[in-house]
Design a protein around this ligand. Structure first.
Ligand SMILES: C[S@@+](CC[C@H](N)C(=O)[O-])C[C@H]1O[C@@H](n2cnc3c(N)ncnc32)[C@H](O)[C@@H]1O
Length: 292
């Protein structure tokens, strides 16, 4: 491992990649590129076209510090302070989950219904339970211009971050952040209730990948003894907040399809559709009111 990083762009990128690769980081080329581009304010094209471009000493120092954090196990997006989700750059903070690409499956699952509702009624009211960075709500707002969304979270830090993300994506006028324990402070009825709740059984948290266990907030992960606690609350209480023809879409752990379906069926819903994620795992269930 080189002790001193070079002060020109191409060699700097190469040295960063080599440091991460030597330490066994899973995707050293991508992580090195994200870190170097972020802290130097350069692009991929510049690294190729202008490899001799000088990089200021303080920028090299910032990259060095970021690489050390990555080598200590911190996920690259926590170091950068943001993650892309559905084409939106979303800021992260200590109490927000890093939004995952698999959660885009939920956005895709409800998007046709949200668009059709907005077209038919001129509006579509969305409730995003456990909004975190605001990922699901903001992705839907970005795709459905007539929609409005309320993002609920128990974490004030998450709500502050979601609000900031709404402002930075130009969606603040249609987004409301609400501090609430699930439905406790929610008013009104919604056409879409979406949730990616915590769904890891408490006893499994210790076995998660280090990057998840050590850097994602446990309140965003821990779904209680069997991981199903939040689904029971949502299924039991959603009816008062759902429009008659509305839909509930929940992200699930890949082994939870049958249990979550049974919870919602017992509460008076039928499974309208199930979706798999990019890896082919069960990931999203969409329910509507009525018998199966
Ligand atoms: C798995 S994260 C999902 C975050 C975001 N929706 C996403 O998909 O990236 C679950 C979220 O639920 C929130 N949460 C946990 N318990 C809650 C509760 N009782 N009421 C409201 N939100 C809660 C957490 O703070 C966290 O932001």
């Amino acid at each position: 491992m080189a002790d001193t990083l070079p002060g020109t762009l191409g060699p700097l990128l190469r040295a960063a990649r080599e440091r991460l690769a030597a330490a066994g980081v899973a995707d050293p080329a991508l992580d090195a590129r994200l870190i170097v581009e972020h802290f130097s304010g350069t692009t991929r094209t510049q690294a190729i076209a202008e490899p001799q471009k000088a990089v200021e000493a303080d920028v090299v120092a910032a990259i060095d510090a970021a690489l050390r954090r990555r080598l200590a196990g911190e996920p690259v997006h926590r170091i950068l302070g943001y993650r892309e989700f559905y084409g939106l750059r979303l800021a992260l903070s200590p109490e927000t989950l890093e939004p995952r690409p698999d959660t885009e499956t939920l956005v895709e699952a409800v998007l046709p219904f949200a668009s059709e509702t907005a077209e038919r009624l001129g509006e579509c009211r969305i409730l995003d339970l456990g909004t975190g960075t605001g990922a699901i709500a903001l992705a839907l707002l970005s795709a459905v211009p007539a929609a409005t969304a309320t993002g609920v979270d128990i974490s004030q830090d998450a709500l502050a971050t979601a609000t900031r993300n709404a402002e930075q994506t130009g969606l603040a006028g249609r987004f409301e952040a609400l501090h609430s324990d699930w439905f406790a402070k929610v008013c009104g009825r919604y056409h879409v209730i979406a949730a990616n709740p915590p769904y890891i059984p408490s006893g499994d948290i210790g076995n998660l990948q280090d990057e998840v266990r050590d850097f994602d907030p446990h309140r965003a992960l821990d779904g209680g003894v069997d991981g199903l606690g939040p689904y029971r609350i949502i299924a039991a209480e959603a009816a008062r907040f759902l429009e008659a023809q509305g839909k509930i879409a929940v992200e699930i752990g890949h082994t939870q399809r049958n249990e979550v379906k049974d919870i919602f069926t017992a509460a008076g819903y039928r499974l309208a559709r199930a979706f798999v994620d990019l890896g082919g795992n069960d990931r999203v269930l969409v329910f509507e009111q009525g018998k199966p």
